[in-house]
Design a protein around this ligand. Sequence first.
Ligand code: NAP
Length: 265
Amino acid sequence: MNTEKSMYEKELAGKRVLVTGGTGGGIGEAVVKRLAAAGAKVATTARRMPEEPGAADLFIPADISTPEGTTRLVDGILEHFGGIDILVNNVGGSSAPTGGVLAQSDEDWQFAFETNLFAAVRLDRGLLPAMLQQGSGVIVHITSIQRRLPGENTMAYSAAKAALANYSKGLATELAPKGIRVNTVAPGFTETKAAERLIHRMAERLGSDYDGARQNLMDSLGGIPIGRTARPEEVAELVAFLVSDRASYIIGAEHTIDGGIIRSV
Ligand SMILES: NC(=O)c1ccc[n+]([C@@H]2O[C@H](COP(=O)([O-])OP(=O)(O)OC[C@H]3O[C@@H](n4cnc5c(N)ncnc54)[C@H](OP(=O)(O)O)[C@@H]3O)[C@@H](O)[C@H]2O)c1
């Protein structure tokens, strides 16, 4: 049997991985599952303990939007794994209120940058010494198409993701000669469990059904040429490729996975 599954099944055997935000039915959880299925030893983190154990081998509770949280996570990873081979900085998101720029306070901006930029910067800095010592490693930063298409109510998020993409490029250049590959994945509208809850809430507000509310959201992005949202597993597949040796010459590149939303070259 030489199916695609059997070809890639154990390609990450022996690799020690941290995926941040690997609970709750989103991209992070899908990445945990996909990398664990490829044979990696996977750790994850979230603020709350998951109800189900999930596919991760190790769960370290931490709020990585704070310096204390990232320190706790780095210490836990080094203690349990003795090092790290692959780091997927997945945690991110926006909780800013609607109402445009004047509705967004200093705290909203600070939260967006702590969660979407500084968490990754601090984690990279904490775990890089172990990668540098072994002369190898892979880092993926999850940004968003919003770093190129700023949203009206998510301006701080979009700006933080733009900063993350810029930082990621600089880091990739610095680390390439040292055997460490850094890349960025920019998803479009991905239908996670949290997105499903949002669509249900929108449907209630609009007095429409689920499909109608989803279409409304897709239209607000200017439409999605492929005609549907992404599944978290599709984003996880791209991450699995990027962290594998199949992507050995890919460095400092942003990989958009958006069903065609971004139409510019
Ligand atoms: N979903 C989309 O449509 C979409 C589109 C573009 C880009 N993205 C990006 O893709 C990434 C994943 O997004 P997602 O929507 O699929 O979310 P997700 O991967 O489901 O992330 C949620 C996870 O992150 C954890 N988390 C949140 N804040 C945390 C914190 N401060 N410290 C530790 N853990 C934290 C949550 O657990 P707790 O709540 O228990 O902490 C949960 O495990 C994000 O960077 C997001 O910006 C998503």
